[in-house]
Design a protein around this ligand. Structure first.
Ligand SMILES: Cc1ncc(COP(=O)(O)O)c(C=O)c1O
Length: 357
C-alpha cells in the first residue's frame, strides 16, 4: 500500500529514521557503559519496544500499569514502572503482573511501599521497589538523601518486596546545572546506603535531553530515554536533534484555502494536542511547505499561515506534519503506520492509549 492511499489524518513512522534513532542512542550509551532502559510511553507499541531490546536495551520503562501489562503480554520480562501505585484494584493487578515478570516500581512513601507489600504478600509474588528521589524536578520523590535511606530501610524490612535501588526524573525542561543536583543527591544517598549495608542495583536518571548533554551523575547504572525514538519539535528546541530525525509524522490533507494567506488542514488539537503553544514555535512543521507557520489549531482543523510559501498548498494536497510533542500524539492516536519510503510496511496498534492506566 502506498502512503497516499491512507485516509487522513494518519500517524506514520518512518522506519528507516526510527531504526537509526534506536541504533544511535544505543551505541551512545554502550560507549559510556550505561544501560539503556527506554521509556516506552513515547510509542506504547510492543513491536518498537522489541526493536529497542534487540538493539541492546536492558528492559523497558513504563509510566502506567497498563503499559507494563501490555509490554509483559508481549514477552518483555524486565520492567521499571515509574509511578506510585495506589488503590486496591491497581495493587492487585501489580501483584499479579509481578508473578509473571520481573518488575521494579518507583515509590516515594512508606504508604505506597506498604500497599504494594501487602498486595504482593496476598498474591504470593515479589515486587522490586526503587526509591524515587526529587532532585529538582519537583514532581514526585523523597526530598533528601536521608529520606531516601529511611524509605529504603523500611522497604528492606517489608515482606514480598525487594529493595532494588533509586531513580529520579528531571521533568520536561531540565535546567542547566540539573546534573550537579542529581550528582550530589545520588552521591550522598549511595554513601548512606553503603554505611547502612544497602546495595542499589538500579541507579537510574536522565531522559533524552540530558543524555544528549552527556553529563552523568555519580553511580548511574541505567537511563530512561523516551522521545529519542521519534523526536519532535520540542526535543529539537531542547537538544541537538534535527527535523530529519523526527520519525513520527501526521499525514494530513489541505481541506480549505479560505484566504490567500491561510491554509486549513484536517487535523487539530484532537490529533496533535496543544503542547508547545506557549513556546513561540507554532504548533507543527509542514515538511512540504517549510515556510508555512502553523499558528493555530481548533479541535479538528490545523491553521497555517502560508503567505511566505511559493508555491502555496492547494485544496486536496496531502501534507506531512511534524508534531510539537510526539508522546501526546501517540496517546491521542489509534494506530501507527510504519513506512519505508512511500510504501506502508506495517501497521501497529497503539497499546493502552488515552487515559487508561
Ligand atoms: C520518569 C520518566 N523517565 C523518563 C522519561 C523519558 O523522557 P524523554 O521522553 O524526554 O526521554 C519520562 C518522560 O516523561 C519520565 O516521566
Amino acid at each position: 500500500m502506498h502512503v497516499n492511499d491512507l485516509d487522513t489524518p494518519a500517524l506514520t513512522v518512518d522506519l528507516d529514521v526510527l531504526e537509526d534513532n534506536i541504533q544511535r542512542m544505543q551505541a551512545f550509551l554502550d560507549e559510556r557503559k550505561i544501560r539503556c532502559r527506554p521509556h516506552i510511553k513515547t510509542h506504547k507499541i510492543p513491536a518498537i519496544a522489541h526493536m529497542q531490546l534487540k538493539a541492546g536495551a536492558k528492559g523497558v520503562t513504563c509510566q502506567t500499569l497498563a503499559e507494563a501489562e501490555a509490554m509483559a503480554a508481549s514477552g518483555i520480562d524486565d520492567i521499571l514502572l515509574c509511578f506510585n501505585i495506589v488503590g486496591r484494584n491497581k495493587l492487585e493487578r501489580l501483584a499479579r503482573l509481578a508473578a509473571r515478570t520481573t518488575i521494579a516500581v518507583a515509590v516515594d512513601s512508606d504508604i505506597v511501599a506498604r500497599g504494594i507489600s501487602e498486595a504482593a504478600t496476598g498474591y504470593g509474588s515479589t515486587v522490586g521497589l526503587v526509591v524515587e528521589c526529587d532532585t529538582g524536578g519537583r514532581r514526585t520523590g523523597v526530598p533528601t538523601p536521608q529520606a531516601s535511606l529511611a524509605l529504603a530501610q523500611i522497604i528492606s524490612g517489608l515482606p514480598a518486596v525487594e529493595f532494588r535501588g533509586i531513580m529520579t526524573y528531571s521533568g520536561g525542561f531540565p535546567e542547566e546545572g540539573y546534573n550537579q543536583a542529581v550528582d550530589a543527591f545520588f552521591r550522598q544517598t549511595l554513601e548512606l546506603f553503603a554505611k547502612g549495608g544497602l546495595r542499589a542495583e538500579i541507579v537510574s536518571a536522565h531522559a533524552t535531553v540530558y543524555i544528549l548533554r552527556d553529563q552523568w551523575p555519580h553511580g548511574i547504572t541505567e537511563t530512561r530515554p523516551g522521545m529519542y525514538v521519534y523526536y519532535d519539535r520540542m526535543k529539537i528546541l531542547q537538544s541537538p536533534a534535527t527535523l530529519e530525525q523526527c520519525a513520527l509524522t501526521v499525514r494530513c490533507t489541505i481541506v480549505s484555502r479560505p484566504a490567500e494567506d491561510r491554509a486549513i488542514f484536517d487535523a487539530g488539537r484532537k490529533t496533535f494536542s496543544n503542547e508547545g503553544a506557549d513556546l513561540g514555535i507554532g504548533l507543527g512543521h509542514i515538511v512540504e511547505h517549510p515556510e508555512a507557520a502553523v499558528y493555530g489549531m481548533s479541535e479538528e482543523h490545523g491553521h497555517a499561515d502560508v503567505s511566505s510559501c511559493h508555491p502555496k498548498p492547494e485544496v486536496g494536497e496531502r501534507v506531512t506534519v511534524i508534531p510539537n510533542y510526539a508522546s501526546l500524539v501517540t496517546s491521542l492516536g489509534e494506530v501507527v503506520y510504519g513506512t519505508r519510503g512511500e510504501r506502508i510496511e506495517t501497521v501497529w496498534p497503539i497499546a493502552k492509549r488515552g487515559i487508561i492506566h
